[in-house]
Design a protein around this ligand. Structure first.
Ligand code: FEO
Length: 402
């Protein structure tokens, strides 16, 4: 076979995924400055099986690749591992083009097919945990991974070849611009995009990721084929270890300082704290203006490093609205295992530090005792408190890692 668009992975497996550099925001929320790939795989054994499709906006390229990889053969099965439309968008068209294809999924997949696409197929093959689909030399075994990322999510394992088709699990942002295998990519470029994908999309379900990974840990995995990001054929342990670390809320030493400031008074306090952190031995310090940096990047770094400093001016008697959005997101994502310090400023009645303290209570992070709450512009005494916040945070983090 001469592949032009599709990429052979083994003699019976072909990559037919596509890149999306047009969509600005994933889920219409998370920036895609480096694009994203929607991966799809075709197994051509005695039977043929397609694993997942792609988002509808890239369907034309996908169908060309599918046609090329099939080399005139029929499509026997479409395994639907996940129904989010970035993977299910081409199902109806595939069914039209290959009318004999049998859909394979679980009971919940069936409900989603009806609700999203009004598809009700008599021939639907409903599978449960441990069921197998025989394709010839290749057999797929199905494992349910509920809530990673949706209730119907499941993975498929080719035991003979050790290939795990992992749907969203082990995925990454970033289009595959040439390199598609882990031994071809520059990991320094993909690591931040993988952490951002995990924390933005999957992080809320970290407990379910832990359960899924425990289950998958029993398998002899030699290759990971996820639905976003690179194919891990050389060192699948690298992505498995990274996901395990993120799902278990393991952090690196460092502090992320995020502030909301209208006229620079709160910013001045943030800079004083950041300087104190550095003077007290913290190497990784990220200082962000909540109005300038998208929540997606804040969440990624906040998850990654163990210290968090949040500061806010007072706006309408409470915390700055963009900071409020960040606080709500951190609580919803159930981010855990961090040390927190808070500070703020106000013009007359105050309220931002009160709201930040409420967040501190709800988040259950370890809290640095000292706070600072400046009236108007920070006084010398307020800035001394900021220096103290930096020192206390640095001392706590160093002691935790000692
Ligand atoms: Fe990539 Fe949850 O879809």
């Amino acid at each position: 076979m001469s592949n032009i668009l599709s990429v052979p992975i083994t003699d019976k497996l072909t990559y037919i995924g596509v890149n999306d550099r047009t969509t600005q925001l994933f889920e219409n929320m998370w920036p895609l400055e480096n694009g994203v790939s929607y991966n799809s795989y075709l197994i051509t054994d005695e039977k043929t099986a397609l694993l997942d499709t792609v988002k509808v906006n890239r369907m034309d390229v996908f169908l060309e690749k599918l046609d090329e990889a099939l080399e005139g053969r029929n499509l026997d099965y479409l395994v639907i591992q996940h129904m989010e439309p970035d993977h299910s968008g081409a199902i109806e068209t595939v069914m039209e083009l290959y009318p004999n294809v049998k859909l394979v999924g679980n009971k919940k997949t069936r409900e989603f097919l009806k609700n999203y696409y009004d598809i009700e197929e008599e021939s639907f093959i409903e599978v449960v945990e441990g069921d197998k689909l025989e394709l010839g030399e290749t057999n797929l075994t199905f494992y349910m991974t509920p809530m990673v990322h949706w209730p119907e999510s499941m993975v498929s394992f080719d035991e003979k070849n050790g290939i795990l088709y992992s749907q969203d699990i082990f995925g990454s942002f970033g289009a595959l611009g040439g390199p598609i295998f882990d031994d071809e990519i520059n990991w320094d470029l993909y690591l931040p995009e993988t952490i951002r994908y995990y924390t933005n999309i999957v992080g809320k379900y970290s407990k379910q990721v832990q359960i899924a990974m425990k289950k998958l840990g029993a398998l002899d995995i030699k290759m990971v084929c996820a639905v976003h990001g690179p194919i891990w054929r050389d060192n699948p342990g690298r992505i498995i270890d990274l996901y395990a670390k993120l799902a278990n809320y393991e952090t690196e030493e460092g502090v992320v300082v995020v502030y909301g400031s209208m006229y620079g008074n709160t910013e001045k306090m943030a800079e004083t704290i950041a300087r104190s952190l550095s003077a007290n031995g913290i190497k990784n310090i990220k200082l962000y203006d909540v109005s300038k940096t998208h929540l997606s990047y804040l969440l990624s770094d906040l998850w990654r490093y163990d210290g968090i400093v949040l500061g806010s001016c007072t706006y309408n008697n409470g915390v700055f609205p963009l900071m409020q959005n960040l606080l709500q997101t951190l609580l919803k994502q159930k981010m855990s295992n961090h040390t927190l310090a808070v500070f703020g400023s106000y013009g007359w009645g105050g309220g931002s530090v009160r709201d930040l303290m409420k967040f501190a209570e709800e988040s259950k992070y370890d809290l640095v005792e000292t706070t600072a709450d400046a009236k108007g512009s920070a006084t010398k005494e307020d800035l001394e408190l900021c220096k103290q916040i930096g020192k206390e945070m640095a001392d706590i983090l160093k002691a935790k890692r000692a």
